[in-house]
Write a protein that binds this ligand. Structure first.
Ligand code: 5GP
Length: 140
C-alpha cells in the first residue's frame, strides 16, 4: 500500500484535523477512537509516514509498542476492564480502513460484545470525559 499523506491520521498528526489527544512524544500520538468498539478504545499512531507494518522502521515499531504498552496500562488502571486487546490491521483484507499505521487498544468487559468496527461515532463529550480519566492514569 503506498502512503497517502492526506489520510485522516496524517492530517491529525499535522494538526489539520481535530482529535481528542491523550499522550504525545517524539514518535507517537495517542488519541481517542471516535467510533469506539468499547468504552475507552484508544489509538496509538506512529509519527513515521507508514501505511502498514511492512514499511515501518524497526525504531518506529519499537516506539509504537512502547507507547501501546503505556496506553494499555493507563486504560486498565483508569477503567478497570476485565481485559485489553491490542490490535493492528494491515490491508483492507485485514480490516484496515485508515492507511496510516496505528495500534488499537480496546478494553474488554465480561459479557459485553464489541461494537462494529469503525461504525458508530460516540458522543464527543463522553469521549472527552473518558480521555481525562485515561490521561490521569498515564504511567510515568
Ligand atoms: P483501522 O480500520 O484502520 O484498523 O482503524 C481505523 C480506526 O480509526 C477505526 O477504529 C475508526 O473508528 C477510527 N477513525 C476513523 N476516522 C477517525 C477520525 O477521524 N478520528 C479518530 N480519532 N478515529 C477515527
Amino acid at each position: 500500500m503506498s502512503y497517502d499523506p492526506n489520510n485522516i491520521f496524517a492530517k491529525i498528526l499535522r494538526g489539520e484535523a481535530p482529535c481528542i489527544r491523550i499522550f504525545e512524544d517524539d514518535q507517537t500520538l495517542v488519541i481517542m477512537d471516535i467510533m469506539p468498539q468499547s468504552e475507552g478504545h484508544v489509538l496509538v499512531l506512529t509519527k513515521e509516514a507508514a501505511a502498514q507494518i511492512f514499511e515501518l522502521s524497526e525504531e518506529a515499531a519499537a516506539a509504537c509498542m512502547r507507547t501501546a504498552r503505556k496506553a494499555a496500562l493507563a486504560v486498565k488502571a483508569a477503567l478497570e476492564p476485565a481485559g485489553v486487546i491490542l490490535a493492528q490491521a494491515n490491508g483492507a483484507a485485514a480490516g484496515q480502513t485508515v492507511p496510516h499505521l496505528h495500534v488499537h487498544v480496546i478494553p474488554r468487559r465480561d459479557g459485553q460484545f464489541l461494537a462494529m468496527h469503525a461504525a458508530k461515532p460516540a458522543d464527543p463529550a463522553q469521549l472527552e470525559k473518558i480521555a481525562e480519566r485515561i490521561k490521569a492514569a498515564w504511567p510515568a
